[in-house]
Design a protein around this ligand. Structure first.
Ligand code: GLN
Length: 302
């Protein structure tokens, strides 16, 4: 048996899983197979290739099979692994939070660049989820402090853990609230950032099967997907410092509509930026005379 043809070696099980995932319609079958096997064997992908003929132990095989079955049921890879790399850190994720996306890294990097030199600013992250945006910002801006708001207590638990893991917990306040609702009316922030739910309700059903396993409350942006932008922009009148910055991630085709909402609210300096795929994905808004005015204008010219 040990040397028989039924021994599951690394190469054999990867080939089998690639085919299985392909049949299940998984987008990156081979890559996902490798990543899951690495998690079981606690190694990196190079090591898989060096040890192609290594047989798996019964325990390894058992755990791997469970992982593969879960992925086969379209569970997001990050939920199976329990983590997702985002910018400079690995964040804990659970099904209570949206999995942080690479395009959101650009939003964080842009804000950090714009706010470098701004000193002791207060940042509000509305719908913080895993806390990836706010914790990363606090890490990049060592003088800043922030409040991460979420309507989900379970998400806030994850966000707190991530802030602790990254070492920014002393400057990260987690607050259970439906957007601004539970915030004291006098709270003012220099930066309000959000990657709110922005998928139009009618489009939810046609999202990829694994995305549909993420919290609906983090995806569904109402009839036109813009519900949260309307509320956030309106509430900024009370909670954003006059010289402050409003920064959003937006969905495909929403940038111009969100920019118009900002203009209507009196934010007369705006810039729209694209993600790695060339999709207009971020919008920055401020008022003339804002600390961020020049930075936004520079972005707009890029
Ligand atoms: N970026 C997510 C997606 O592509 C949506 C997240 C959101 O609604 N903010 O599915």
């Amino acid at each position: 048996m040990e040397h028989g043809k039924n021994v599951w070696t690394i190469v054999k099980i990867l080939d089998w899983t690639r085919q299985y995932f392909t049949d299940k319609g998984i987008e990156n079958p081979r890559l996902d197979a490798e990543i899951l096997l690495c998690a079981v064997l606690k190694c990196n992908r190079v090591k898989l290739y060096v040890h192609f003929d290594q047989p798996l132990s019964p325990e390894e095989l058992h755990q791997y099979r469970q992982f593969v079955a879960r992925r086969g049921r379209q569970e997001p890879l990050a939920y199976i692994l329990g983590e997702k790399a985002f910018l400079h850190h690995v964040f804990k994720v659970t099904p209570a939070v949206l999995v942080p996306r690479p395009e959101t890294e650009l939003l964080v990097e842009s804000i950090a660049k714009m706010a470098s030199g701004a000193g002791k600013i207060r940042i509000l992250d509305l719908g913080t989820g895993s806390g990836a945006i706010l914790a990363s910002l606090l890490d990049l801006l060592p003088e800043a402090e922030g409040t991460g708001v979420d309507i989900s207590a379970a998400a806030l638990g994850v966000a707190r853990e991530n802030a602790g893991q990254i070492g920014v917990q002393n400057r990260f306040r987690a607050r259970l609230s439906d957007l601004y609702e539970a915030l004291p009316g006098t709270d003012k922030y220099h930066v309000i950032v959000s990657n709110p739910p922005y998928i139009p309700t009618k489009d939810i059903a046609s999202l990829a099967a694994d995305v549909r396993q993420e919290p609906l409350g983090a995806l569904d942006g109402g009839e036109d997907g813009l519900d949260f932008y309307r509320r956030i922009i309106a509430g900024s009148a009370r909670h954003l410092e006059p010289k402050g910055l409003l920064a959003f991630e937006v969905g495909i085709g929403q940038a111009e509509a969100v920019r118009r909402l900002c203009l209507k609210q009196g934010f007369d300096v705006t810039a729209v930026c694209s993600d790695y795929a060339g999709i207009e994905r971020m919008i920055f808004a401020a008022r003339k005379g804002s600390f961020y005015e020049d930075a936004i204008m520079a972005l707009g010219r890029e």
